[in-house]
Design a protein around this ligand. Structure first.
Ligand code: ZNH
Length: 135
């Protein structure tokens, strides 16, 4: 069940990254080695982007599985994004918003106010934990 859920959501992860790269094109600058991101079709057809969507979703799965200590779980990942990848931490929130939109669109009426609250609360902790090692 857990692995099925993750497999289904890997696809959501992929779509969320597509959305983020299309709607906030400046986020493309971190993926210079991913090849052609020239337009929406290129982004959607890019296998490296797809793989990255899965990577990010696996990262989120780790947060779900360590719900009571996401900050510690993400300490190393935060250092990586800050010191090596040099990703502006504002972008974490942009991607989190894309994820929320994609999940909401997928769930339809099942995306109730309670679900939305829980989901956004979780993502807020993820975003703040990923941004924690920046100084
Ligand atoms: Zn990131 C990578 C997660 C966001 C950019 N990421 C990564 C990884 C992971 C992640 C897990 C892998 C690591 C290793 O390898 O170790 N991210 C994540 C998460 C999030 C994110 C969870 C949220 C939600 N990122 C992000 C953003 C950006 C990024 C927003 C920009 C814009 N990342 C990145 C990069 C990389 C990563 C660039 C590298 C990639 C390659 O492959 O190269």
């Amino acid at each position: 069940m857990g692995s099925t859920l993750l497999a289904q959501n890997e696809h959501r992860g992929e779509i969320s990254i597509h959305l983020c790269l299309v709607v906030y094109p400046w986020t493309q600058r971190y993926f210079g080695n991913f090849g052609n991101l020239y337009n929406a079709a290129a982004i959607q057809g890019n296998p490296m982007v797809a793989a990255h969507g899965k990577t990010v979703l696996r990262g989120l799965d780790r947060a779900v599985k360590n719900m009571d200590d996401i900050k510690a779980t993400y300490a190393e990942l935060s250092v990586l994004h800050s010191e090596k990848l040099r990703v502006d931490p504002d972008n974490f929130r942009l991607l989190a918003d894309c994820l929320t939109i994609v999940v909401a669109a997928r769930m339809g009426a099942d995306f109730t106010a309670d679900v939305q609250r829980a989901f956004q609360k979780f993502l807020a902790v993820v975003v703040s934990s990923l941004g924690r090692q920046y100084h």
